[in-house]
Design a protein around this ligand. Structure first.
Ligand SMILES: [Zn+2]
Length: 340
């Protein structure tokens, strides 16, 4: 079965480029685009446009946005991991704004699915600081836009191997955005333990599933079947956004998880079923990390097949003895008992 999906992609995203060697490089999008080529979907392009100050200000400090603007034309490092090149600031605004345009298109219909091949990535970007290869938090800007358009419940599922500390921070006290993350732990950036559940009205709407290094498809199957899918389903989101990193793949050079490319297919398919049930089918995959080009290509193809065509390998038998999954299940159950 072929299905339709909206696509955000632009040649200008390649203009964010490191001076020397860096894992977050333009070749990543070449690999992701190759993944789309073999996928069971036809794509309809969203016209790219930069994010407005108002859209950014929903999650970022305007003083931070102004300080980024001063870096236009400059190149160098903002921290040991995070670089800017001459066009990076404009590219980051273009990436974020184009994802906002995709959210508008999903809300206005009729196409229900989308994939955004964005660079630079976003989920480590904090309200007032660039971090971890990320300048602006694309998915958070998009979720905040969906809320501003009137949606009551937006789910962000973050299967990137790193914890999305920036996204968590932005919606820490916000029940209108559910943030659920699976990630290697302990690992960069250090956050994402099970006890981090949000605060105030947001308590229970941050759900972290820290996973011990070395876990493979069976551990992710356990995490998805026992926590991620039941929690997202109970939340009944009106839009499902995925921080789709592909760095949990076995081949990835930056992390130590052992996930197969096919696993991203059943992760996406499980979430798409929930989107069909509660969100009028509205779901988007938003590229975050993924630094092995072969794994990235295969992961993108599998995830699009799972999301758009419902096509995926069977989920493997879940492992029931991963300590991170067990602890997260206990905490999530407790937090959600109080949420109701
Ligand atoms: Zn990552």
């Amino acid at each position: 079965m072929m299905g339709n999906a909206l696509l955000v992609d632009d040649a200008r995203f390649d203009h964010h480029a490191p001076l020397g060697h860096h894992p977050e490089r333009p070749e990543r999008l070449t690999a992701a685009r190759a993944g789309l080529q073999g996928a069971s979907a036809t794509f309809q392009r969203i016209a790219p446009r930069p994010a407005t100050d108002e859209e950014l200000a929903r999650v970022h400090d305007p003083r931070f946005v102004a300080s980024l603007a001063k870096l236009r034309g400059e190149s160098g490092y903002l921290d040991p991991d995070t670089y800017v090149s001459a066009e990076s600031v404009d590219v980051a605004r273009l990436a974020a704004g184009s994802l906002v345009a995709m959210v508008d298109a999903l809300l206005d219909g009729p196409t229900q699915r989308g994939i955004a091949l964005l660079r630079p990535p976003g989920h480590h970007a904090r309200p007032a600081r660039a971090m971890g290869f990320c300048l602006l938090n694309n998915i958070a800007i998009a979720a905040a836009h969906a809320r501003a358009r009137g949606l009551g419940r937006v789910a962000i599922v973050d299967w990137d191997v790193h914890h999305g500390n920036g996204t968590q921070e932005m919606f820490w006290r916000e029940p209108g955005v559910l943030y659920v993350s699976t990630h290697q732990f302990p690992f960069y950036p250090g956050t994402g333990d099970v006890e981090e559940v949000g605060e105030g009205p947001g308590k229970g709407y941050t759900v972290n599933v820290p996973l011990i290094a070395g876990g493979g498809d069976d551990v992710y199957a356990g995490a998805f079947e026992r926590i991620v899918l039941p929690v997202v389903e109970a939340y009944a989101p009106e839009l499902v956004l995925v921080s789709a990193g592909f760095d949990a793949a076995a081949r990835d050079p930056l992390a130590q998880m052992q996930v197969s490319s096919g696993a991203f297919g059943w992760m996406a398919r499980g979430l798409a079923r929930i989107a069909d049930a509660t969100a009028k089918g509205r779901m988007a995959l938003v590229l975050e990390g993924g630094y092995d080009l072969v794994a990235l290509e295969g992961g993108v193809r599998a995830a699009v097949d799972g999301m758009v065509a419902g096509k995926a390998d069977e989920m493997v038998q879940p492992a029931l003895d991963d300590e991170g999954v067990e602890r997260a299940a206990r905490v999530a159950q407790k937090a959600w008992a109080g949420v109701g």
